[in-house]
Ligand binder design. Structure first.
Ligand code: 9YT
Length: 137
């Protein structure tokens, strides 16, 4: 069993910061779970355009409010605590946090990220392993 404390992990290399976001990566590739698990804080007022060309991602909003725009359809969805979105088509999107408070999101990535990735110029993270579809063996 793996048990980790967000507060402890926050002051280690598990915390990665980039423009508009901070992420604490609680599970990584070397944990051999087939996915990585992150608690990501989107800074209030941030507007992030992303496209995980090499990863599938699912996100659950824990705190804060904002919106997500699907750049393929132009559709915008409200994000608030209790809302989940899944980028099942590697969807290019814009994530916005309202100006009132930071947004806190629980995120999983398949395949798992290895630890230090930040977005490349194309908005993606490099691919390290093949996606696992279905239950990993
Ligand atoms: C909400 C969101 O897109 N999270 C992505 C994960 C975070 N940027 C990270 O850990 O790299």
């Amino acid at each position: 069993m793996i048990v980790r404390d967000y507060e402890q992990a926050f002051s280690t290399e598990r915390r990665v910061e980039s423009d508009g976001w901070t992420s604490v990566r609680l599970l990584l590739k070397d944990d051999r779970m087939g996915f990585s698990f992150h608690i990501t804080t989107i800074k209030k007022g941030a507007e992030l355009e992303m496209e995980y060309k090499n990863h599938l991602e699912s996100v659950f909003c824990v705190a804060g409010e904002g919106s997500i725009t699907d750049l393929a359809t132009g559709e915008t969805h409200t994000i608030r605590p209790g809302i989940m979105y899944a980028l099942d088509k590697h969807d290019r999107h814009i994530l916005r946090a309202d100006t009132a408070q930071d947004m806190v999101m629980a995120c999983v990535f398949n395949p798992p990220v290895t630890g230090r990735e930040v977005h490349g110029p194309d908005g993606a993270y490099p691919l390290e392993t093949e996606p696992v579809v279905g239950h990993p063996v």
